[in-house]
Every structure is written in C-alpha cells, then in structure tokens.
Design a protein around this ligand. Structure first.
Ligand code: 5RP
Length: 243
C-alpha cells in the first residue's frame, strides 16, 4: 500500500514522538461535535485529545459527556473538565477516541499496554465511529506484538494452558511499583501472549474468545469499517480509513 509506512522501521526521537501524539490527539478532538457522547480511551496519546477537548469545553465551543475506559481516563477527564457519563446511561456512543499499540493495513489493532482493553473494547463496540490516535511507530504491515489477554484469576492457569496450546508464549504481567501481578480495573490478571506474526487476526481473536475465563483480548479485528486511524506526525497528520 503506497500510503503505508512500516512502523518497525520508523525511528523517532522522544520529542518528535510527543509532538506526533499531540498532533494526532488534537486532530481527533477537532472531529468531536457539540452534543456528542464521546468514548474516552486510555493512554498517553488520548491524553492530548482530552486536553484539547477540555480547552474547547472551557472556551464554550463544546458541550459533551465522556464515557471513560479506565480509572486513569476518568481521573484525567476530570482534570480537564470533561463531564463524565457511563455506558449504562449511553449504551450507544457517538464517537470514541482511543490509542493503539499496533495498527495494520486492514485497520486491525493490538491494544492493551495499559491493561484497559476490556472496557476499551466495550466502548469501541458501542461507538458509531472510532478514532484511533497513534504516532507513526505504531503502524506495521503485520501485527506482531504480544497480545494482552484479560483473564479471570480463578481460571488463569487453565487459560494459560489453552493459550499455550494456541501457540502463544504467555507471560503474566507484573505490576510496576506493586509486587505481583497487575490487577486490572475489573479485578483480573493480564497474560501477555507472544504469538509472533499474527497472520489472521480475526481467526486468532475468535479462538481466544472461545476460551472460558479469557474475558477479552487486545486484538480488535471486527471494527475496521468504523475505525479512522489518525497517525500524528511531527508537523501534520495522516488520516486512514477503509472507506
Ligand atoms: C491501553 C491501550 C492504549 O490505548 C495503548 O496502549 C496506546 O497507548 P499510548 O497512546 O500511551 O501509546 O490500549 O490499554
């Protein structure tokens, strides 16, 4: 694909990466319209979108309510003055803004570095339109990062075994500044599963979903038609969709 850039080969310095994230986040925030219910994803790129949404709200340009995908998103939204609501109150969402760890040309994603993938997928599913904000290092020809799987602690050994039978090398994610496993906002564990290159994301996502106790995985392969990927660059953005 001519417009495609190989993320693995894309080298950026830290300052350039921050500018790219800011440009992507700000572009996404500019696509939000007055009165919308907005899914608020988790992670450093979405922070920039929230920062800009907060500015637009403060400037009187926008009145919206956000559905946060994590405690982190909720805390940051409050800091930026974005009113919050819930999926209970709004089971259909106008637009969601979220980050990703990898994006392929079919707009399949790997998400979950921030361990928020379960709520992020619920919000993505509920949204009419999904803006994925990334820097160019996230753009790849083939998904190949470890796939995070949120696992019911009761079943974690059984799920570990089933994921290994699918060909993964699962590793239980440990906390930082916390001994022992990461416990998600939903009270579960995360298994990071290295499958190598994921040739068929839809098939793998379906196989993982069939394991009892595997509550959700970070492969997002069903939403390409409603996803718009905004790749921030240092001075611009590229906007990619399948339509
Ligand atoms: C959290 C996620 C994040 O959206 C993803 O990890 C991207 O984060 P960042 O924008 O900080 O690179 O999936 O679960």
């Amino acid at each position: 694909m001519a417009i495609w850039m190989e993320g693995e080969d894309y080298v950026m310095n830290a300052a350039g990466q921050v500018e790219s994230k800011r440009n992507a986040g700000y572009r996404a925030a500019g696509m939000v319209e007055d009165g919308m219910i907005v899914g608020l994803g988790t992670g450093s790129t979405v922070f920039f979108a929230m920062e800009r949404l907060g500015e637009r709200i403060a400037g009187g340009d926008l009145s919206i309510a956000g559905v946060p995908t994590s405690y982190q998103a909720a805390l940051r939204a409050r800091q930026y003055g974005i009113p919050l609501t819930s999926l209970d109150e709004h089971p259909e969402i106008d637009i969601a803004i979220d980050g990703a760890d990898q994006v392929d040309p079919g707009l399949n994603l790997i998400k979950g570095r921030g361990a928020a993938l379960l709520r992020e997928k619920c919000v993505c599913d509920a949204a009419k339109r999904v803006l994925i904000v990334v820097d160019p290092t996230k753009v790849v020809d083939t998904l190949n990062a470890p796939v995070p799987v949120e696992v019911l602690p009761f079943a974690s050994a059984a799920v570990f075994r089933r994921l290994a039978l699918l060909g993964a090398v699962p590793v239980i994610r440990d906390g930082v500044k916390k001994d022992g496993p990461v416990v998600t906002d939903n009270g579960n564990f995360i298994l990071d599963c290295d499958f190598g290159a994921v040739a068929d994301p839809q098939h793998l996502e379906a196989r993982i979903a069939s394991i009892p106790g595997a509550l959700e995985c970070g492969l997002f392969s069903a939403y390409g038609e409603k996803i718009v990927v905004i790749v921030g660059e240092e001075n611009n953005c590229r906007v990619i969709s399948l339509r």
